[in-house]
Design a protein around this ligand. Structure first.
Ligand code: HH2
Length: 269
């Protein structure tokens, strides 16, 4: 994973009409290309590109439509001007097209449960994969999530999915795990998982955390989606302190700066 020196930033590019934070902003090819440049110039180690919103209540998008939306980004990737790219999809066909265009990471919020071919496509390309915990599916996941011990249950789930990915031929050294902040979780579940990152680190895989602008900041702070940057950066830094290796964020430059300060302070110890 040559894109990867922890802690680092994964910038988000959603080529969708309906993502909770940047929906509609990057559907036009020129806007998508400009956002990609902004993410690279902002200092992100990798850009996570997706064409299907997974926000609570969202409807599925066909692999054909995802590929159509992503085509302009694939073009930039083929020209070699994109930096490292992660493909945010649960569909093997979309992952395969992105990997052919040069993507280095498959980011699957279903952890390989939605499409039985996803692990195989990833293994064949010798690519990395990020396995995310989600309770249920986006349409209904926030209806009434309940856990007895959220950290233990998420750790058990991720351990099982890491085993499934390895059994399908994915190199264990190329597997990242993510507790799935906001994917079927109440505020207290999200906070417990952020506190519990040291337990998830026991799995031995780098941890990705995506808190950026999520609704936990509406509950905690009463902020609209475009007013959640300070809360997101603060939670991201605390996540890194607790063991996160990659922060998936919308506010790239601000998070890169915050991480630079964190790194300087920690290396002075
Ligand atoms: N969150 C979202 C999407 N993909 N992937 C990982 N690994 N971790 C996350 O927390 C995560 C993710 C949701 O955020 P976003 O893509 O900004 O919104 P939408 O799903 O509405 O497109």
């Amino acid at each position: 994973m040559n894109w990867f020196t922890p802690p680092c930033v994964m910038g988000v590019l959603n080529v969708t009409p309906d993502s909770f934070s940047d929906g509609g902003a990057y559907l036009a090819p020129d806007d998508a290309r400009a956002r990609l440049r902004e993410i690279v110039d902002g200092g992100a180690a990798i850009c996570d590109v997706g064409a299907e919103s997974t926000r609570p209540g969202s409807a599925p998008v066909s692999p054909e439509e995802q590929r159509r939306r992503l085509d302009p980004v694939f073009e930039v990737m083929r020209s070699g001007a994109s930096g490292a790219i992660s493909i945010d999809t649960s569909h093997a066909a979309v992952a395969s097209a992105a990997l052919s265009a040069g993507a280095v990471l498959v980011n699957d919020v279903t952890a390989g449960r939605a499409d039985p071919d996803l692990f195989g496509v990833t293994a064949d390309a010798d690519a990395a994969i990020c396995l995310v915990h989600m309770l249920g599916e986006p349409r209904t996941m926030q209806d009434a999530p309940r856990y007895d011990d959220v950290v233990a249950e998420v750790a058990r789930f991720l351990e099982e999915r890491v085993g499934a990915a390895v059994a399908a031929g994915i190199d264990e050294r190329r597997i990242l795990v993510d507790p799935g902040i906001g994917f079927g979780k109440r505020l207290e579940d999200n906070l417990a998982l952020l506190r519990g990152l040291p337990t998830l680190a026991g799995l031995g895989c780098p941890i990705v955390v995506g808190v950026s602008r999520k609704s936990m900041f509406a509950t905690l702070l009463g902020r609209d989606v475009d007013e959640r940057m300070a809360g997101s950066v603060a939670a991201g830094l605390l996540a890194v302190d607790a063991g996160a290796a990659v922060l998936r964020v919308h506010d790239v430059r601000e998070t890169v700066d915050a991480l630079a300060v964190w790194t300087a302070m920690r290396s002075a110890e």
